[in-house]
Design a protein around this ligand. Structure first.
Ligand code: PEP
Length: 254
């Protein structure tokens, strides 16, 4: 059975006092279950606070991006090794907001993915199509291009120990989710794409769904056999919501 993951993405949200309340609520309530991992990816300045308040809890933490560079004259960047020093176990790369607002191209995302792996982080590679691309019928083409950037640059073995997250851009922060059938169908496509290179890696690769997941729809979305958990934005800022989503991942059969 593949490991399930539910990872919160706080995006550009938080304050020391709001985080403290949220983390203290999460610490005892996030379930502990064999075969499941749960974490939150927070803005960099809060990593020390998160480390302090989550250490030993079983809840993990990570960064929302990872520099493709390891060190040097790259003002504003944060390396994988720096994230690891603050106890991060996860790093998101290729989130659609990085791709569309900050110009992360497929090949830059692939380099960031490699950098996160060099730092022994669980890299979460995000892929997803826009509404316009879905309506034009090019969803699979777009996802294949985003995924192949890593597969071709680094080979399928690079996905060992990493996570893939399918996040349809039209579902992120919009309140509009993919249907469980749409999510399952894309996840099966992505797994198949990896399997063309390496069947074993494909079978063990957790693929998360992200896009307006909430306590109310998590069980249904996670029911698909290729849906191994979720990447959660808005709902990860509300302790009861996030905990309930984690519980849905644990309760999922199969
Ligand atoms: C995200 O930020 O990756 C995300 C999926 O956001 P939301 O859950 O708010 O749609």
């Amino acid at each position: 059975m593949r490991t399930r993951h539910v990872v919160g993405n706080w995006k550009l949200n938080g304050s020391l006092s709001a985080n403290e309340a949220l983390l203290k609520a999460l610490r005892p309530a996030v379930p502990k279950a064999a075969g499941a991992r749960f974490g939150v990816c927070v803005p960099y300045p809060y990593l020390a606070q998160v480390k302090d308040l989550l250490a030993g809890s079983g809840v993990e933490w990570g960064g929302q991006d990872c520099s493709r560079f390891d060190k040097g004259a790259y003002t504003g960047e944060v390396s994988g090794a720096m994230l690891a020093e603050f106890g991060c176990t996860y790093a998101i790369v290729g989130h659609s907001e990085r791709r569309t607002l900050f110009g992360d191209t497929d090949s830059v995302v692939a380099e960031k993915f490699a950098a996160a792996r060099r730092a022994k982080l669980t890299a979460i590679l995000c892929v997803g199509e826009t509404l316009e691309e879905r309506e034009r019928g090019v969803t699979e083409e777009v996802l294949a291009r985003q995924l192949d950037a890593v597969l071709e640059q680094q080979g399928a073995a690079a996905l060992e120990g990493a996570l893939l997250a399918y996040e349809p851009v039209w579902a992120i922060g919009t309140g509009r989710t993919a249907t469980a059938e749409q999510a399952q169908s894309v996840h099966a496509f992505l797994r198949g794409r990896v399997a063309r290179k390496d069947g074993k890696v494909a079978q063990s690769l957790p693929i998360l769904y992200g896009g307006s997941v909430k306590a109310a729809n998590a069980s249904e979305l996670f029911a698909g056999p290729d849906v191994d958990g979720g990447l959660i934005g808005g709902a990860s800022l509300v302790a009861e919501e996030f905990v309930a989503i984690c519980q849905s991942a644990v309760a999922r059969k199969g």
